[in-house]
Design a binder for this molecule. Structure first.
Ligand SMILES: *[C@@H]1O[C@H](CO)[C@@H](O)[C@H](O)[C@H]1NC(C)=O
Ligand SMILES: *[C@@H]1O[C@H](CO)[C@@H](O)[C@H](O)[C@H]1NC(C)=O
Ligand SMILES: *[C@@H]1O[C@H](CO)[C@@H](O)[C@H](O)[C@H]1NC(C)=O
Ligand SMILES: *[C@@H]1O[C@H](CO)[C@@H](O)[C@H](O)[C@H]1NC(C)=O
Ligand SMILES: *[C@@H]1O[C@H](CO)[C@@H](O)[C@H](O)[C@H]1NC(C)=O
Length: 349
């Protein structure tokens, strides 16, 4: 498998199987076998306090070393791990030896925007992954190089994003921004033109309205744990391949959801759990996983799943959660079974 396709494949799996594992995705260690044949820098030296595996000398591991600043980074390093240190800043020339760095992993440090100098990331002409999770950022970092495919800035205090931060990042596939302090004013427009973007996680922020100008090719869009009370008319119609949509732990009510808001033919999974719904929003026949637990639902109209029922007209729902609502099993209508004929489990109480 190609080195770059591996992480995407992994988070795809975690997206399917770990419904609430928001932070479960972690960058895999590089694929050693592949890397050795591809990057044969057996002459690269290592910073004395760090580790560069003999079988994989273009990776330098400097995790858990209580570092307050960056170590010496010798030429030849392509994958740099600096997790769990106390780094507060990055000097402008810090990476001048390694402008062809591909992965820069800075999770669990104390980085602050004011101490990250100049165009330190933009100079990295081959950078693909930039992870600055669990730091002290108040603003998204930038400018960024247009080679990036994966940016992760979760668990910071980010409330600002410069409108140009993501501009021109034509290969950006994954953005993780969960656990920050973002609101829709900051977000509207900043993802415009990111036609390669497939995954956008904005859970655990301060979003009260869905932002405008999201790119059309998104497959996974996560807004759990915000304060969203309504869906603008036609909001999801512009997405060509939206498959996983999560809006759990928001403030959605029946009146905030236009009739066909979630009737999206590409959707596989929809999470509307932990909201204030009294009825079941209409979904497309192709939906497979529907999470509605912990709402105030008190009726079960079959028409939410099937407009008509017939040989080929039926719902593909396999897993349906309706527990912690105002429903009992006796409220489920008999005619539901011909519509929901694929259901493997329907959890009611
Ligand atoms: C660049 O590499 C040289 C040689 O290994 C080293 O002496 C120097 O400190 C490095 N510079 C930085 C900024 O890491
Ligand atoms: C960074 O954040 C940590 C944890 O949130 C906090 O303990 C620390 O004081 C902050 N450091 C700075 C320099 O603000
Ligand atoms: C984007 O990805 C394609 C395919 O891997 C590559 O050919 C192209 O150079 C990349 N563009 C940038 C700006 O990195
Ligand atoms: C969803 O929309 C399609 C048209 O796009 C329509 O044919 C179908 O009946 C709708 N589904 C439900 C359950 O209303
Ligand atoms: C549940 O529904 C019943 C009948 O619709 C209603 O009388 C009752 O007040 C509802 N209970 C709650 C907790 O909403």
């Amino acid at each position: 498998m190609h080195l770059n396709s591996l992480p995407f494949f992994l988070f795809l799996i975690s997206g399917i199987f770990c419904q609430y594992d928001y932070d479960g995705y972690y960058a895999p260690q590089p694929d050693y076998g592949y890397a050795v044949s591809m990057f044969d820098h057996s002459t690269a030296v290592c910073a004395p306090e760090c580790t560069c595996p003999i079988s994989y000398p273009s990776a330098m591991y400097c995790d858990n070393l209580k570092l307050k600043s960056l170590p010496i980074i010798p030429p030849g390093i392509k994958y740099l791990y600096l997790r769990h240190n106390m780094i507060e800043g990055i000097e402008e020339k810090a990476f001048d030896n390694v402008t062809d760095l591909e992965w820069l992993i800075l999770d669990h440090n104390h980085l602050e925007n004011s101490k990250i100098k100049g165009r330190v990331f933009a100079k990295l002409k081959s950078l693909k992954k930039l992870h600055i999770n669990n730091n002290n950022l108040t603003e998204a970092v930038g400018p960024l190089p247009n080679t990036l495919d994966d940016v992760q800035l979760t668990h910071n205090k980010i409330s600002k994003i410069n409108p140009n931060t993501f501009e021109g990042l034509v290969n950006l596939t994954v953005i993780h921004l969960q656990h920050n302090q973002l609101s829709e004013d900051t977000l509207s427009g900043v993802f415009k033109g990111l036609n390669a973007l497939l995954y956008l996680d904005l859970s655990f922020n301060k979003i009260t309205k869905l932002p405008l100008g999201l790119p059309p090719n998104l497959m996974m869009l996560y807004f759990d744990n915000n304060q969203i009370s309504n869906i603008p008319d036609q909001y999801f119609q512009g997405f060509k391949d939206l498959q996983y949509l999560r809006l759990s732990h928001n403030k959605l009510t029946d009146s905030g959801i236009p009739g066909n808001a979630f009737n999206i033919s590409t959707l596989v999974e929809l999470d509307l759990s932990y909201n204030q719904l009294k009825s079941i929003p209409t979904v497309n026949e192709h939906l497979e996983n529907y999470y509605l637990q912990v709402n105030q639902i008190n009726k079960f109209p079959v028409s939410s799943f099937c407009k008509v029922v017939g040989a080929l007209a039926y719902s593909r729902v396999r897993h349906l959660r309706l527990d912690a609502n105002n429903l009992t099993r006796s409220d489920l209508p008999q005619e539901m079974y011909s519509c929901l004929r694929m259901a493997a489990d329907i959890t009611v109480e």
